[in-house]
Design a protein around this ligand. Sequence first.
Ligand code: GTP
Ligand code: MG
Length: 336
Amino acid sequence: MEAIKSLREPIVCVLGHVDHGKTTLLDDIRGTSIAEKEAGRITQKIGATEISYNILEREIKTAFKNIPIKIPGLLFIDTPGHVAFSNMRSLGGALADIAILVIDVNEGLKPQTIESIDILKKFKTPFIIAANKIDAVPYFVNTSNTSFANAIKMQRREYIEELDNRIYKLISDLYTYGINADRYDRISDFSKTFAIVPVSAKLKIGIADILMVLSGLAQKFLENEIRLTYEKTLGTVIEVKIEESIGITLDTILYQGMLKRGDTIAVNTSNGPARTRVKAILVNSNRGLKESEKVVAAAGIRVLITDKIPVIAGTSMIKIDENTSEDEAFKTIINE
Ligand code: GTP
Ligand code: MG
């Protein structure tokens, strides 16, 4: 099976209450550790992680055979759960095609879980629930690096009961917020029920299950949203850095079209819309950032621009041609 060329990577936003395990879960998916390195372990900014078709297929195959993968990979966006960072959760929610709501299964719904649900409802973003920290449920028999489907077979009756009690509580609490959810392996119609995937980010349990459910939902229900088109090139600037020696860089999630070095772009600044040019594009690689001539959506990129202008984080970037004014460019996307 090969990915369908006309689809782009779905953008997956990871949301949830502080410390419920978002970054640790993304560390598992990425296969490297960021959570450990974060100051005081509290995430303070949005970060992007891409996983390729090959990794996605390999991970899912470890536990689930014969699941055809049609999407070309996934682009994850990590967000902070701390109460102060509501704007970043909103921005993540706005960018997402689909989301993972991470909930500590032992703590249940907390204020920023509920705030995240409100954001997802507002943007009508479909989502799955990662019920995390299942290793901290009593009677857990130690295992790691395996799917939930497999891990649960090794557990004792007492554990299964304790876990079920927590999941039933979660289902009933979610129901009070209008969300009809169930454990993913007990769902018959995914268009009517939100999937709960039990995981332990700490012990890497349930990663294959998360990727399988996400990919399945994306390719079944999001085909129109993730169709790759080149008519327009659009992105959202998530962070602006001013670096004395090199100039201004814009960390951007490119969600439609293609961006090349030398392109003219419209951005929002504190003085209103402005135009500038792409001096360089940097992308993540195994050995840090590397330059790239052109990138195709979806991608997390760093764009070095030619002008010293006060770009505002959280606003759009649009590729324009010589004859389009920056004001016109922004009017057309607002009207969509
Ligand atoms: P913020 O970004 O600050 O909102 O937190 P976060 O949701 O990214 O949580 P993070 O991944 O930083 O994890 C918070 C703490 O929970 C860390 O001490 C993790 O080691 C721990 N943790 C994460 N996942 C698990 C898990 O599956 N089981 C257990 N027992 N602990 C976990
Ligand atoms: Mg985090």
